[in-house]
Design a protein around this ligand. Structure first.
Ligand code: ATP
Ligand code: MG
Length: 472
């Protein structure tokens, strides 16, 4: 089959083809670029394999381009890269790999195109397009990758046990591609993932997290989350979620499967927001449920304080997966607060309860409400409708109160400095108590949000602590 070269590709493919001919290196476009183009997905990374030196070819191509392109050489890897327009082009010599059992790092030697295709993870990732004169544009497809693209199938080119045991990261990649592309993992390939799941332990957490993030950014992350579960990989990569699996029944009362529920919440959220960290908050919002589950004769199954327990569990997940520290507080906050808006829709609620959540959520109030809306997974459409309307009502109420009281980025008018100065005391527990007392009074609506009222209240709280203002 001949690849339909697009107008914007013609020039760069020809320049690479000519440079390759000058050097006498058979050269091909390979891997993800070919796959994504055939699927009409956008692709910015162009990978070039040549039978020869990738570095020499890159330099030659760089010289032939107008304007000339600067080539970055990665000597240690024997690769080189250059930018052309919006393409990131990487050049590498065809290689043959052999693995030992204790490492992902293979021994590498030069090889043919076929060797290079053999070392690729899935048939759909092993397609190559020739840039050589005699068969320019031909798709070279030794493993029927085209057929698998058509059938939407993830399958390894060689015996799957060997593919996964050589490089267990490929198990995560299989599940990630199935999620991103909406493909099915071939049964024999999937069985092999289950059989080799223990091997994932030799993969660094950073790489595992990269794949998890790609799963989380897909339009339906639940596909990947459930495949991780079904293969058994979830127990290793996200044991906190694996612990939510299952349903228990007592006296004919059962609770929902909190893992399945979580995957639905993540999907719901993915429909509303592309924000990776809001999606992570959805993924982790109920992780406190495994530890807090109780059977109570009156109430049935309860998960008291699962929000607070979950909040305390988030740092461990972040640390293990090397997720960025500057997102930790945000995710923790959403996990901690995710039950609050529900309680605010249940009965007649006071302005002060709304003020409090506005103050506690701050700038993240909209994200919190989005999370709560996504948390509705009832199968009963009437209930869903009613819950969503309740949240709309709450949002309305919030924006009215916000307009009146401006609590979103509010700082209480009485600062620690002022307290220390007024009462002539050093930084201490008392300073905190006075500050809290004033803030609570404002949030409760006991006093207006104004300086003079706050100052008066400060004096009252301080008097309770036997403190009186210093004469100046
Ligand atoms: P994406 O760019 O969306 O992550 P990709 O398939 O392009 O997907 P890359 O990591 O860019 O993935 O790798 C480019 C190509 O290199 C792949 O298409 C595949 O042929 C090969 N490849 C990458 N990682 C592996 C691996 N762990 N084992 C075997 N082949 C791999
Ligand atoms: Mg790529």
């Amino acid at each position: 089959m001949i690849f339909q070269i697009r107008k914007d590709e013609r020039k760069i493919f020809e320049v690479i083809g000519r440079a390759a001919e000058d050097l006498n290196f058979p050269t091909y476009v390979v891997g993800g670029y070919v796959r994504d183009r055939l699927l009409a997905r956008p692709s910015k990374d162009l990978d070039i394999v040549c039978v020869g030196s990738g570095i020499d070819l890159a330099r030659r191509v760089g010289d032939c381009l107008h304007p000339r392109s600067r080539v970055t050489v990665y000597k240690r890897f024997g690769t080189a890269a250059l930018k052309h327009r919006d393409l990131e082009i990487e050049f590498v010599g065809a290689r043959k790999e052999s693995y030992r059992s204790d490492s992902r790092k293979p021994t590498v030697e030069s090889g043919t195109l076929a060797d290079d295709q053999n070392r690729r993870d899935f048939t759909i990732n092993a397609l190559a397009i020739s840039l050589n004169k005699h068969d320019y544009g031909t798709i070279i497809d030794p493993f029927n990758g085209l057929e698998d693209l058509e059938a939407k199938r993830i399958v390894t080119p060689l015996e799957p046990g060997k593919t996964f045991s050589d490089d267990p990261l490929r198990m995560m990649r299989a599940i990630r591609f199935a999620t991103q592309l909406g493909f099915t993992i071939d049964p024999a390939t999937f069985r092999s993932i289950s059989e080799n799941k223990e091997r994932i332990k030799i993969i660094s957490w950073e790489r595992i997290a990269t794949e998890l993030n790609k799963i989380m950014l897909a339009s339906r992350p639940s596909i990947g989350l459930r495949l991780l579960d079904k293969s058994g990989l979830l127990d290793y990569v996200l044991p906190e979620l694996a612990a939510l699996r299952g349903v228990e029944s007592r006296n004919g009362r059962k609770h929902k499967d909190n893992f399945i529920h979580t995957t639905k919440v993540v999907d719901n959220l993915a429909e509303r927001s592309d924000d990776l960290w809001l999606r992570w908050a959805a993924l982790l919002h109920d992780i406190g449920k495994a530890k807090t589950k109780r059977w109570e004769a009156e109430a049935g199954w309860t998960f008291h304080a699962h929000d607070a327990v979950g909040e305390r569990m988030v740092p461990k997940v972040f640390r293990r997966l090397r997720l960025p520290n500057d997102k930790l507080k945000y995710v923790q906050k959403l996990v901690a607060l995710h039950q609050r808006p529900i309680s605010l829709t249940q009965e007649e609620i006071s302005d002060s309860a709304v003020r409090r959540i506005l103050f506690d959520a701050g700038d993240d109030i909209d994200d919190l409400m989005t999370l709560c809306q996504s948390d509705i997974t009832s199968k009963n459409p009437h209930k869903v409708k009613r819950y969503l309307e309740n949240y709309e009502g709450l949002r309305q109420r919030m924006s009215e109160i916000e307009e009146k009281d401006h609590l979103r980025n509010w700082q209480p008018p009485i600062t620690g400095e002022l307290i220390m100065e007024t009462f002539g005391i050093p930084p201490s527990r008392e300073v905190g108590l006075i500050k809290d007392g004033v803030r609570e009074a404002i949030l409760d609506g006991a006093i207006p949000n104004e300086y003079s009222a706050a100052y008066e209240r400060m004096l009252v709280v301080a008097a309770d602590l036997d403190l009186s203002p210093q004469k100046s």
